[in-house]
Write a protein that binds this ligand. Structure first.
Ligand code: ATP
Length: 332
């Protein structure tokens, strides 16, 4: 096995958790050649832009990337690196599995959710303008094309992975045209999958229901901003941002990254929890067909959590990033 994979370490805790994920992947798949490129605040210092063209070129060449969180410098006229990368590579699906992990204390048991977030439209289309001074308009873009390809991906994934219940999440009671279109198109796609139960639910109602009892839900499919907010809420249900992995997927490329951001408050201290990115790397291994390596990583993470001997501060322990990573590697 001999693959090249792009590695974007990112900012804040990004380099620390990326190094941890690379060590774990190297331990199960030693043939991977990492092609390291900088994006985010670190790239501004070296390239004058947070998203140098070389980053997109590298992902286009390797098709797959593992990415740490990237910070977008505030107030300097730069648009978000994460959003620009998703748009440039047409990574139109964000997939975030959220599940209860052994040994992690939470309010609910047996949470098994999958959040599908449309990644290219909604308010993230970045179409803002100031028609008159003191008034700003933000366009919430929803198209039939993007909704259809996104819903199709989600249903195909459910069919392949054996998930049988989808909730389409919306606020069509207020945004009748935009969310109305999303719902119509998604329902049309759903009709091709009669063996998957489909229901729809208002985003506000879903938030309350998830906090009270997340167990009746399985797969949640929604537009961009709702997905951003709900991913963090769901991460909270299973123990926090340090644990939840994610993937951004399009027809040609895929970028794997944790749900959390750059956590500047703990950056450089060596105490960040690397599990979210390590599990994102496990998703990446599955994506490239290394199913055995992927399953080994996921099992090792669960064993370390269950033993509870090497946990980072966010999980109530005092282990460093390196110590928890060493423990995971020992369990592989
Ligand atoms: P961004 O704007 O990039 O999302 P943020 O600081 O608003 O950044 P996060 O970086 O996601 O949001 O983090 C929120 C808080 O959660 C941080 O202050 C940090 O303490 C905690 N946190 C996030 N990720 C981790 C992690 N991997 N390990 C430990 N704590 C984390």
């Amino acid at each position: 096995m001999d693959y090249a994979i792009t590695l974007i370490p990112g900012d804040g805790i990004g380099p620390e958790v990326s190094e941890a994920a690379v060590r774990v992947v190297d331990a199960v798949c030693p043939g991977i050649r990492w092609r390291r490129v900088d994006a985010g605040a670190s790239a501004v210092e070296t390239h004058g832009t947070p998203l140098p063209e070389g980053v997109i070129e590298a992902v286009r060449e390797t098709r797959v990337a593992l990415k740490g969180p990237c910070t977008t410098p505030v107030g300097k006229g730069f648009s978000s690196v994460n959003v620009a990368l998703r748009q440039a590579l047409e990574l139109y699906v964000s997939l975030r599995p959220v599940d209860t992990l052994p040994g992690v204390k939470t309010h609910h048991e047996d949470v098994q959710l999958v959040v599908f977030r449309e990644n290219t439209e909604g308010l993230y289309a970045g179409m803002e303008h100031e028609p008159v001074e003191g008034v700003v308009e933000s366009l919430r873009m929803v198209s039939e094309h993007a909704s259809r390809r996104f819903a199709k991906f989600a249903y195909e994934w459910c069919r392949f992975e054996g998930h049988r219940k989808v909730h389409l999440v919306h606020k069509a009671s207020i945004m009748k045209l935009s969310d109305g279109l999303f719902l119509d198109v998604a329902r049309e796609v759903a009709s091709d999958y009669p063996f998957i139960e489909t229901d729809d639910i208002l985003i506000d109602h879903l938030c309350m229901s998830l906090v009270l009892d997340p167990t009746p839900f399985d797969v949640l499919v929604m537009e961009n901003l709702f997905g951003d907010l709900l991913s963090d809420l769901c991460a909270g249900l299973v123990g926090g941002l340090g644990l939840v992995p994610g993937a951004n997927i399009g027809d040609r490329y895929a970028v794997f990254e944790a749900v959390h951001g750059s956590a500047p408050d703990i950056a450089g201290k060596g105490i960040a929890n690397p599990i979210a990115l390590i599990r994102s790397a496990a998703m990446m291994l599955k994506h490239i067909g290394e199913r055995d390596g992927s399953a080994r990583v996921e099992r090792a993470v669960r064993t370390v959590l269950e033993k509870g001997e090497a946990l980072t501060g966010d999980l109530g322990g005092s282990a460093t990033t390196r110590q928890i990573t060493d423990a995971i590697i020992r369990e592989l």
